[in-house]
Design a protein around this ligand. Structure first.
Ligand SMILES: Nc1ncnc2c1ncn2[C@@H]1O[C@H](COP(=O)(O)OP(=O)(O)O)[C@@H](O)[C@H]1O
Ligand SMILES: CC(=O)N[C@@H](CCC(=O)OP(=O)(O)O)C(=O)O
Length: 305
């Protein structure tokens, strides 16, 4: 006998049973999820992401969502006829661009995620790093090595920030209520300046400050791939550093794995890079034995997922 979805009752019982130890183990734990702009393009996937987050909250976990929105910022700038440039993976951000970044991240993208989660029965609250003084930032120094110059060249990327400190009280207060914090990666500088911060960097630091159980980064590749394109399912920091040194890990994956290394080095039990294009990727990662994507565990961490 099979049900409407093609599973037998035994299949369904098996699936629910498999989730039980994870529900028990992660009850009361904080799980920081970075939801990248590239993972946010398909309406069906956005709905299933929202349902996964609501389920996590309803079974007693504390999901904290940090979102990106790079492609959405790029599209808006293009519609306005403005050019955009990336240096070392960071968007060069002048004052006019910062206004657009804040409008798109803090306005459109943030409120879209809040709307989706609330539509599926959650109580999401949208924040940026400005709210409750959550993210104190400083200007990011970007340098470029060149064979001609003796010293690395310092490049001014404008109002691009890095996290100086996190003041998590507002997130903790929301977590102890039934709320789900949705955070746009914008920080405030010492003079009250607004800084544009890479969302991976915010998620990594926040996971450390909240002593999260897991950091999960959703992206648009299956995880960390080896030089033959095969998925690396489990890595420790030493192996990750090896793949960085031999150039297997490069480009946009570099800031991601560095955040993961910082997070697991800073007490987060495990960091995961997973494919946001897979339906219910988050659910599969948190509630099943196999998980999905790449797991990076701390040296002293557990060997299981
Ligand atoms: N070893 C690797 N495994 C997977 N992706 C890699 C690797 N090295 C470099 N990359 C690149 O990193 C990209 C992911 O980073 P990025 O595009 O910045 O993600 P996001 O937009 O989700 O923040 C991949 O699309 C891929 O081009
Ligand atoms: C400084 C910097 O580059 N900030 C990013 C912030 C958004 C982001 O990180 O979005 P994704 O995660 O979707 O790439 C930007 O302006 O695109």
């Amino acid at each position: 006998m099979s049900t409407k979805n093609g599973y037998t009752p035994a299949d369904t019982a098996h699936i629910l049973n498999e989730a039980l130890p994870y529900i028990r183990r992660f009850h009361g734990s904080t799980i920081v999820v970075k939801y990248g702009g590239n993972a946010m393009v398909d309406e069906g996937l956005k709905e299933s992401f929202a349902r996964d987050v609501v389920l996590m909250k309803l079974v007693g976990m504390n999901p904290v969502i940090v979102h990106g929105g790079g492609p959405q910022i790029g599209k808006t700038l293009e519609e306005m006829g403005r050019k955009t440039e990336f240096i070392a993976g960071m968007r060069v951000t002048d004052a006019d661009t910062m206004e657009v970044v804040e409008m798109v991240l803090g306005g459109h993208v943030n409120k879209e995620i809040v709307r989706l989660i609330n539509r599926h029965g959650g109580k999401a609250v949208g924040l940026s790093g400005k709210d409750g003084g959550l993210i104190r930032a400083r200007k990011l120094q970007v340098t470029r090595e060149s064979p001609e110059a003796d010293a690395p060249e310092i490049i001014d990327v404008g109002l691009v920030g890095e996290v100086e400190s996190i003041h998590p009280e507002v997130v903790e207060t929301l977590d102890t209520g039934d709320f789900i914090p949705i955070i746009a990666p914008i920080g405030v500088g010492p003079e009250g300046e607004t800084f544009n911060i890479n969302a991976d960097l915010v998620a990594g630091r926040l996971a450390q400050e909240l002593a999260a159980e897991k950091l999960v980064l959703l992206t648009d590749v299956p995880g960390i791939l080896d030089s033959g394109g095969g998925l690396l399912t489990g890595l420790d920091p030493e192996q990750v550093n090896g793949y960085i040194s031999d150039g297997t890990i490069a480009g946009g994956m570099l800031p991601k794995v560095r955040c993961c290394l910082d997070a697991v080095g800073g007490g987060v039990q495990s960091a995961h890079i997973i494919d946001g294009r897979v339906d219910h990727a988050l659910l599969l990662e948190v509630f099943t034995d196999a998980g999905v994507g790449t797991l990076i565990r701390g040296t002293a961490g557990r060997t299981q997922k």
